[in-house]
Design a protein around this ligand. Structure first.
Ligand code: DUC
Ligand code: ZN
Ligand code: ZN
Ligand code: ZN
Length: 508
């Protein structure tokens, strides 16, 4: 029986580097069935010619926000995943979220399934944001969410009144997730520090968008990251610190990893490419800086960017996600919700920036795929680990993130070297927001073809999404794997699978 498709004349990039040239990828029924030389072509076999370009796994973006209740002007599943494939991403993990009033998780899960079903251009899964854990949720619902619904990760917040958990609630949830083998993502910023600063700034009339970057200083991330790591250590639970933006948090992560604690970390394109000058306003637009408001905020100095690039190269970061959190700029419920009675008020600006489409090309542009070894920020192998292999393994996407027989045939074919460069511009993007914070940045290459389960869904030559909408499947995930450190033991007296800490009666 002939192969359905053969991708030939490419340089196949795996997590251990580039395979010797001349090998092709054979695809049957949406899966990679063989990699090798001189693959047999049947009469029906489709041929895709990579023309000597690199082929990397389809991107796995493990942190995107689509159609969340709290972002009414952002991307829908349709527009967000359309933007994903145009940038080489074939799987996204987005969020479904509890609100503090909800005492059960299932109704909101159904709501989020309803938003996504039949709409997606790429495959997808969910993380669950838990904002108010209770006995029933932790003991009865989370086990079903993981085993029956295939949602094997949660996100917890240490900031924002509407989201944040107390340390006690963090411990309860971490322990429950540990018992279930779930991955716990943590947004680590000290909410009280930030609120204190917001109040002080506002009292003195410092309310322009730029002050967002002053109100969320590095020390607030540093403190909360340290605390999150210590809380996780107490109950021996694996964690992933999301959207790490600065060297202080990185140092705590590095120390934890050196001790073999299972502490994973994520960073995002904006912390590698953008600085807080983005939050400054422009002559013609006194609110322009709102376009750069995200949390944690963009940092002030080039050295801050450099520190993060070192974390990319040295393995501190496990995954590189977009944290695509889209909000329209010129919309009263978008960024302009931060203008109150004509006056900018940074604390009311919705936090988050779009980036699902630009994530891969920004990083690829700095890799050995585009630059000589001595100028590149990272190897091609590291690029693949950070953008697809690691997020797939960490989050239990067992069919994704790898160019090997048996995996889904999700591929990015780049332009041949020296071609495909472009200047990032809102005019060329496919999201449904009205700006990109990366406007004007030159990238050295861009995905030429995006292939989802063997089918071309993006073809840059015809400047086109070939889609179709609705091909994306919801993926029930298995438990993720630890990629850093190892599990140890619970403290003496704590019982596996139990939320309650108890000690046997003792004479001392
Ligand atoms: N956290 C995110 O993960 N994304 C956007 C804003 C935020 O606080
Ligand atoms: Zn967050
Ligand atoms: Zn510190
Ligand atoms: Zn996010």
């Amino acid at each position: 029986m002939g192969l359905d498709t053969i991708v030939k004349n490419g340089l196949i990039v795996t997590e251990s580097g580039v395979l010797p040239a001349g090998q092709s990828i054979g695809v049957s029924k949406g899966k990679i069935s063989v990699i090798g030389y001189d693959l047999p072509e049947g009469p029906e076999t489709k041929i895709i010619d990579a023309e000597g370009a690199y082929i990397t796994p389809g991107g796995v973006d493990s942190h995107v926000h689509l159609s969340q209740r709290n972002a009414p002007t952002g991307d829908s599943w349709e527009t967000g995943t359309r933007s994903a494939i145009a940038g080489g991403t074939t799987t996204v993990l987005a969020f479904t979220s509890q609100t503090k009033e909800m005492t059960t998780l299932f109704p909101v899960l159904e709501e989020y399934h309803g938003k996504a079903r039949g709409q997606a251009y790429c495959d997808y899964g969910f993380h669950f944001i838990i904002t108010k854990p209770n006995e029933k949720i932790l003991k009865e619902e989370l086990p079903r969410i993981a085993k029956e619904e295939g949602i094997t990760s949660v996100k917890l917040y240490m900031t924002y009144e509407l989201y944040k958990l107390s340390d006690h609630e963090l411990l309860d949830t971490l322990l429950a997730c540990r018992a279930l083998g779930m991955t716990t993502m943590i947004h680590a910023e000290n909410g009280d520090m930030i609120q204190f600063l917001v109040k002080g700034l506002e009292r003195n009339g410092n309310t322009a968008p730029f002050f967002h970057a002053i109100a969320g200083p590095k020390i607030a991330e540093d403190e909360a990251s340290y605390r999150a790591i210590r809380l996780a250590e107490l109950v021996d639970a694996p964690i992933l610190l999301v959207h790490v933006s600065a060297d202080g948090a990185m140092k705590h992560i590095r120390d934890a990893q050196t001790k073999l604690l299972p502490v994973h970390a994520e960073t995002c394109p904006h912390y590698l490419f953008l600085l807080s000058d983005k939050l400054a306003n422009q002559e013609h637009d006194h609110f322009h800086g709102a376009k750069g408001v995200c949390s944690p905020p963009l940092r002030h100095n080039v050295e801050d960017l450099e520190a993060l690039w070192r974390g990319i190269a040295n393995g501190t970061f496990t995954v590189f996600s977009s944290d695509h959190a889209p909000t329209k700029y010129d919309h009263p419920q978008g960024k302009k919700a931060g203008i109150i009675n004509g006056i900018p008020k940074f604390s009311k600006i919705p936090k988050g920036i779009p980036g699902i489409e630009t994530r891969l090309s920004l990083l690829f542009s700095e890799s050995e795929g585009c630059l000589p070894k001595n100028q590149a920020r990272l190897s091609l192998a590291r690029f693949v680990q950070l953008t697809s292999g690691n997020p797939a393994r960490l989050y239990g996407l067992t069919q994704k993130g790898c160019i090997l027989p048996g995996y889904d045939a999700d591929l990015v074919i780049w332009h041949p070297q020296g071609k495909g460069g472009r200047v990032i511009s809102q005019d060329n993007l496919h999201h449904d927001v009205d700006y990109t914070p990366f406007e004007g940045i030159h990238v050295r290459n861009w995905p030429r073809y995006t292939i989802l389960r063997g089918e071309i869904v993006w073809n840059a030559d015809q400047n086109g999404i070939t889609g179709p909408k609705g091909v994306g499947n919801f993926i029930k995930r298995e438990n993720g794997r630890l990629l850093v450190g190892k599990l140890g033991q619970l403290p003496e007296g704590m019982v596996e699978g139990e939320r309650d800490f108890w000690l046997p009666k003792s004479d001392i």
